[in-house]
Write a protein that binds this ligand. Sequence first.
Ligand code: 13P
Length: 257
Amino acid sequence: MRKKIVAGNWKMNLTREQGTILISEVVNMVHDEVNSRVQVVLCMPFPYLGFAKKLFQSQANIALGAQNCHEKPAGAYTGEVSAPILRSFEVDYVILGHSERREYFKETDAVLAEKVRQVLANGMTPIFCCGESLELRQSGDYIGFVKQQLTDGLFHLSAEDFGKIVIAYEPIWAIGTGLTASAEQAQEMHAALREHIAAHYGAAVASHTTLLYGGSCNAKNAPELFACPDVDGGLIGGASLKSREFVNICKSFPAQG
Ligand code: 13P
């Protein structure tokens, strides 16, 4: 189902006290200021998952997210966390295939396909990340590359399961660099991905797929990005660590959205 979503990816930041303050500030501001049709997701480090949801109180449009999970349901994988464990802590969304995980932890699309399966099997929503490097963008076939990431990571799914996925396009050259994709660049890629989905699953599935943009998104550039017809929200890194900035991003959808 195509939704307006703003997801904060805290990455490996904030101690318990700092994170708890951030959650309570975001909860209060979202309650007072953010349209209830906007789904806010807070993707935080694993140790938060045990208590964070209680802090959301009855704020129905704030959901709990994790930043990764293992591809196996259980077993001798010291240091890892499985999808069934996440679900038992009432996690709603799981970021999968972030470029930092692809790069530093060598996650391949084949492994990601397994992770997607696990997350869906446990009733959670994958936020599947894709995006090209600067080198690829300059080489010209960046659209073909990102389409292939979707094909390899997601197109094994039935249309019904694919309909439960959220996709985040995050050009690697824009992550944490202050270099945002322009609205035209974001729209170009999002439209191409929607067409790619339509070619495989049909127009109805494609038009219901939520496509987020991520990469140096902030309160200043979000209104222009979120006004693009194929951009349904954002996956926010650095700016999600500041409550005022993050909530302003959550308020950046065009009025009719
Ligand atoms: P920044 O917003 O800090 O560029 O990070 C984007 C990101 O990687 C979100 O997953």
